[in-house]
Design a binder for this molecule. Structure first.
Ligand code: NAD
Ligand code: UDX
Length: 468
């Protein structure tokens, strides 16, 4: 197999950046260049004070250890493609907003443009690796595009190598992955390319955790893994509604159920609903795939996982309104957390966006605090969620605060939307003194000690816990 010396990664986002930075860190003999058409993003990756474009614990140390040594960030996509032996395609694949499959299918425009660029400028053989999450058989489309546009004597071998990192834990996930998955055609050339990529990961991942499978299985496994993880959350969230109506406690139920070694304890945390750029998008993609294959029952089965998530979010905001004596008009609600989970500044599909939109519709005032999310991002997300409202109107209803304490002051209720560790360390005695009474805490993340807060004087409402 080809011994890879130079890698280019097209797409310097949440996946391309951390993944290829870790490859550079663990493979000092390989030169890694991460390219993007977004100049501001590349400038941030090159920032001399390491104000990187994404917040991820441990990322700064990785970049510090190899940037300028064998890790480079650039906007010169063509040059980097020409020099590389192996190309990761790690561009975004969002849900299509219009046209055939709108609202379900993946938008493959960015993948296609990147593939066409590779074909146009490459003047030697390349291993092309799908890192983006793509529908089943996308590798075949890439092959057709590459072969139709390639210069003579250029061969392309296509691999699928989906990424399983979760945001917030990207660096430990990459350093110590449960598995690395590589899919290839089962031809001698395909298997050889697969070996070249496996040899890169083998610099730090034990060989038995590097799984090699067929191309189509690899592509489908990524959608399947995300669908099954999200399904666990929707299952536990569906049960949380039963708990609230019966006086059972979802934490106790999850604990009891998860102790069955066949089920396992992970991903059974009831919440205000899952968010993030992947789960919803990838399940909708699977739904679309099932429908295209004329499997409507299969499509309906997976679609329900997303529907349950929508229900969970709206159920929670309704519970807030109901509890606050059926009206929140003119009341002040402190929303703690805007990111879709802790330890990230990413807000894509965050449950907080839906909650705040619902509170705005009820004409409440929202005091919002998140330790990482940029203000400009908050305004962009809230505007997109309520396209009928001018930004000025939104800004009158939502105030961005610089601490939990500031957000809670004078409020009738606190809503915990993200499980940031610092929210566990809030001095609730002091918060209680500063709030209007009766003071409510709505815990959408099973984060606070409800008994302790009740003792202070709060009325505490927790996901998946009944008041019976
Ligand atoms: P992202 O939007 O953060 O990054 C994608 C980057 O690609 C952007 O910076 C964009 O400017 C760049 N880009 C697009 N077209 C380009 C082109 N033709 N040439 C150069 N650059 C181009 O997206 P992300 O979150 O990193 O996700 C990337 C892929 O990885 C998606 O398919 C996603 O489903 C998958 N994935 C994401 C996660 C996650 O946790 N975010 C996890 C696993 C897999
Ligand atoms: C997910 C997959 O976990 C990862 O393997 C894949 O590569 C990308 O998609 P990510 O979206 O970054 O990762 O975060 P994840 O930790 O999976 O959380 C997704 C959402 O589910 C978050 O909103 C989180 O708060 C929520 N969640 C997670 C729960 O509500 N309960 C849980 O038990 C776990």
């Amino acid at each position: 197999p080809v011994k890879v010396k130079k890698i280019v990664c097209i797409g310097a986002g949440y996946v391309g950046g951390p993944t290829c930075a870790v490859i550079a860190q663990r493979c000092p003999d390989i030169t890694v260049t991460i390219v993007d058409i977004n100049e501001a993003r590349i400038n941030a990756w090159n920032d001399k004070d390491f104000h990187l474009p994404i917040y991820e614990p441990g990322l700064e140390d990785v970049v510090k250890s190899c940037r300028g040594r064998n890790l480079f960030f650039s906007t010169d996509v063509d040059k980097a493609i020409q020099e590389a032996d192996l190309i990761f395609v790690s561009v975004n694949t969002p849900t299509k907003k219009s046209g055939v499959g709108a609202g379900f299918a993946a938008d493959l425009n960015y993948v296609e443009l990147a593939t066409r660029r590779i074909a146009a400028v490459a003047n030697s053989n390349k291993i092309v690796v799908e890192k983006s999450t793509v529908p089943c058989r996308t590798a075949e489309s890439m092959r057709v595009i590459l072969e139709a546009n390639a210069k003579p004597n250029c061969r392309f071998d296509i691999l699928s190598n989906p990424e399983f990192l979760a945001e917030g834990t990207a660096i430990p996930d990459l350093h110590n992955p449960d598995r690395v998955l590589i899919g290839s055609l089962q031809t001698p050339e395909g298997l050889e390319a697969c070996q070249s990529l496996a040899d890169i990961y083998a610099h730090w991942v034990p060989r038995e955790r590097i799984l090699t499978v067929g191309l189509w299985s690899s592509e489908l496994s990524k959608l399947a893994a995300n669908a099954m993880l999200a399904q666990r959350i929707s299952s536990i969230n569906a049960l949380s509604a039963i708990c609230e109506a019966t006086g059972s406690n979802i934490d106790e139920v999850a604990h009891a159920v998860g102790h069955d070694t066949r089920i396992g304890p992970k991903f059974l945390k009831a919440s205000v609903g899952f968010g993030g750029s992947c789960f919803q998008k990838d399940i909708l993609n699977l739904v679309y795939l099932s429908e295209s294959l004329h499997l409507p029952e299969v499509a309906a089965y997976w679609r329900q996982v997303v529907e349950m998530n929508e229900y969970q979010k709206s159920r929670f905001s309704k519970r807030v309104v109901d509890t606050l004596f059926n009206t929140i008009t003119g009341k002040h609600i402190a929303v703690l957390g805007f990111a879709f989970k802790a330890d990230t500044g990413d807000t894509r599909e965050s449950a907080a966006i839906s909650l705040i939109r619902d509170f705005q519709k009820e004409r409440a005032n929202v005091n919002l605090y998140d330790p990482q999310v940029e203000e400009s991002q908050i305004w962009q997300d809230l505007s997109e969620a309520s396209p009928e409202l001018p930004l000025e109107t939104i800004k009158k209803q939502v105030r961005i605060c610089s601490s939990s304490m500031q957000a809670c002051k004078g409020a009738e209720a606190v809503v915990i939307a993200t499980e940031w560790k610092e929210f566990k360390e809030i001095d609730w005695e002091v918060v209680y003194q500063s709030m209007n009474k009766p003071a409510f805490v709505f815990d959408g993340r099973l984060l606070v000690d409800a008994a302790k807060l009740t003792k202070i004087g709060f009325k505490v409402v927790t996901i998946g816990r009944g008041e019976l």
